[in-house]
Design a protein around this ligand. Sequence first.
Ligand code: PMP
Length: 363
Amino acid sequence: MKYDRIFNFNPGPAAVPLEVLEYIHANWFNYKKTGMNIMEWSHRSKEYDEIHNKTAALVKQLLGMGDEFHVLFLQGGASLQFAMVPMNFLLEGKTADYLNTGSWSSKAIKEAKLFGNVNIAFEGKDVNFTRLPKQQDLKLTKGAAYVHVTSNNTIKGTQFFKFPETDGVPIVSDMSSDILSHRFDPKPFGLIYAGAQKNLGPSGVTLVIVRDDFLKTARTGLTTMLQYSTHVQENSLFNTPNTFGIFFMGRVLQWMVDMGGLTAMEKRNQEKANLLYGYMDGSNGFYRGTVDKDSRSWMNVCLRLPSEDLEAKFVSEAKAAGFLGLKGHRSVGGIRVSMYNAIPPEAIKELIGFMKNFMAKNG
Ligand code: PMP
């Protein structure tokens, strides 16, 4: 492969589009005749400002969002959002509904409980996290502060394509591992957050999108850095943001636009999912998916082989053949194929070729 690169199926930080790496490499020492690398610019400079605003505009353009949404670039990862969301929006006397659909939802719930009343509207533990809830499974609170949903469960391998009906209650979603992977209607969302390190570029930036009317319901008087309104008022330049990370994200977003936007990303991701799940389903149980078919993630495909010994052999032989990052999360075992936007369908075809050979030798 070009530059001797390998097939990178890491769950995050994860593969980024090669075209983006090439662009950044080509402009490394002297970006746009400024005589500097982007990371050497001031965050108050005109040059950086342009990048900052362009990146935010691309987010909205790709998601089809209007002026009612504010785009922020924060730090502290999605993990800080687990706390900032309830800190700002779970007011006294109110309840927040949380859908527990996996390890990351559980972590978000743990934080929310520190700030107020939490109602578990769906307890995925009861089904071993092998499926997502149907609308009729949800025990939603009337007039809740918000409903929290993890749109893609990176570790368990499930993904929402249809979000819950919440009767006007704003949805807050952790989209860390599937942001911009398929189309959805943004209107019901009060707030969306995502660590950048899967679909958006390097770690160290957290994308937060907050709807204006929801923002107005936030508690005031919080410590300045943890109050969303601080960052909205200052256009995410209250303090020094991760300028290089935001620049990088902007290039990834531009790549998505050049590829044909969200419609093209959806088509590409669906194609990959059809290829891989289709192959697994035809393998006579050798490669066995771990979640219900209608809850399957297009981003993280979790599977088991007939034995743990075979799984270990699979991971090590795959690595030797140039397929990296296939070991399932330590909490669940098995195999996980993370295939975010940057992974082309060709990589999945190559992987299936390897899987066929492996099964022929070990099946
Ligand atoms: N939410 C989800 C769905 C994730 O996949 C992850 C990281 N893998 C996190 C939250 C935590 O993100 P961070 O490391 O940016 O805090």
